[in-house]
Design a protein around this ligand. Structure first.
Ligand code: MRU
Length: 340
């Protein structure tokens, strides 16, 4: 089963909030169902969000395939606005919406144009991840001890994964790796999803609390850190799951290379630097309760940023389908985007 699929007018996805206890599919018949799935992280991970956004427009297009052009466009605009309001940081979601809408707006047959463009986004994601997996795997050696954060596997993409795709590619090449996965508070994408994917692949994985990272780097011979990205600014500053920035600083302090793996669709040339990246703040309940038990006094304030921004100077390389980009990132990113 793929993370997300478009079957007829149905968008089908794995409900990631239930993993690893249960693999259950959700069938979405309308935009509201997809928007709810995105907001509640039933589907998550920047590239998968791009595909979900594209498929929501494709679904609307299919439903209105026989309507007059202006009605198709009006329906698409409505879906576009609803999905755009779901999550702000992962740029794949926003760029996919823009891409599909601009095809639809310029076409005589907007329904067909939207549908085709959405499928293209899905196929491109798979191909980009496969390629970046190969480029990234070249950086890894037999015996490497790797630390990763959040979930960047097939579940976070159309298929294959980004940072986890690199680890899996290196493993399939016969490189014996040991992986430490940060549990990734508060929603535990590392413990629940990354560990699940690695176990399925037969790769040894050790889950640690996020706050163990420095100790583990110092005592367990961590030789590489690799993470994904939700939005990479034109200068290489990178938004990713909260906790990534601390890992980057720790990696530098311990002399460990820190890699970001992401398809070019996660780079936003319109965002000049990290301070312009919108960071999502989520509901206090995600921190206030654990296993439905209150763990914070109700009077206490809670700050729950879902992402942070790692300054480019901490990043040893950005692994993309166009190769491994290195500093100065303004130049290497601009070159890679131009060749696309
Ligand atoms: O809140 P999430 O689970 O959507 O956050 C996901 C991440 O931060 C991932 O690291 C990122 O999207 C890269 S996924 C290939």
């Amino acid at each position: 089963m793929r993370t997300i699929e478009l079957k007829g007018e149905k968008v089908i996805m794995i409900d990631q909030t239930l993993l690893p206890r249960e693999v259950r599919l959700i069938e979405c018949h309308d935009t509201e169902c997809i928007a709810e799935a995105i907001e509640n992280l039933r589907i998550r991970g920047a590239p998968a969000l791009g595909v979900a956004a594209a498929f929501s427009l494709a679904q609307t297009a299919l439903k209105h395939a026989n309507s007059p052009r202006n009605e198709v466009l009006a329906a698409l605009e409505k879906t576009y606005r609803r999905i755009k309001a779901t999550r702000p940081t992962a740029v794949n979601l926003h760029l996919a919406l823009e891409r599909v809408m601009s095809r639809a707006r310029e076409s005589e047959n907007p329904a067909e144009a939207a549908y085709k463009e959405a499928l293209r986004i899905y196929e491109e994601d798979f191909e980009a991840n496969r390629k970046l997996g190969e480029y990234g795997a070249e950086l890894f050696e037999d015996g490497d001890v790797v630390l990763t954060h959040c979930n960047t596997g097939a579940l976070a993409t159309a298929s294959y994964g980004t940072a986890l795709g690199v680890i899996i590619t290196a493993w399939r090449q016969g490189k014996k790796l040991r992986v430490f996965a940060d549990e990734t508070r508060p929603l535990l994408q590392g413990a629940r999803l990354t560990a699940w994917e690695l176990v399925q692949e037969g790769i040894p994985v050790t889950v640690i609390t996020d706050s163990s990272a420095a100790y583990v780097m110092r005592t367990q011979g961590v030789s590489k850190v690799i993470v994904g990205a939700d939005r990479i600014a034109a200068n290489g500053d990178t938004a990713n799951k909260i906790g990534t920035y601390s890992l980057a600083i720790l990696a530098k302090e311990h002399g460990i290379p820190f890699y970001v793996a992401a398809p070019l669709s996660t780079i936003d040339p319109a965002t000049p630097s990290g301070e312009h990246i919108p960071v999502e703040y989520r509901r206090r309940e995600e921190i206030e309760f654990f296993n439905s038990q209150r763990i914070v006094p109700p009077e206490a304030e809670i700050l729950n940023p879902a992402f942070d921004v790692t300054p480019a100077e901490y990043i040893s390389g950005i692994i993309t389908e166009a190769g491994v980009l290195t500093p100065p990132y303004e130049e290497s990113i601009a070159r890679a985007l131009k060749k696309r």
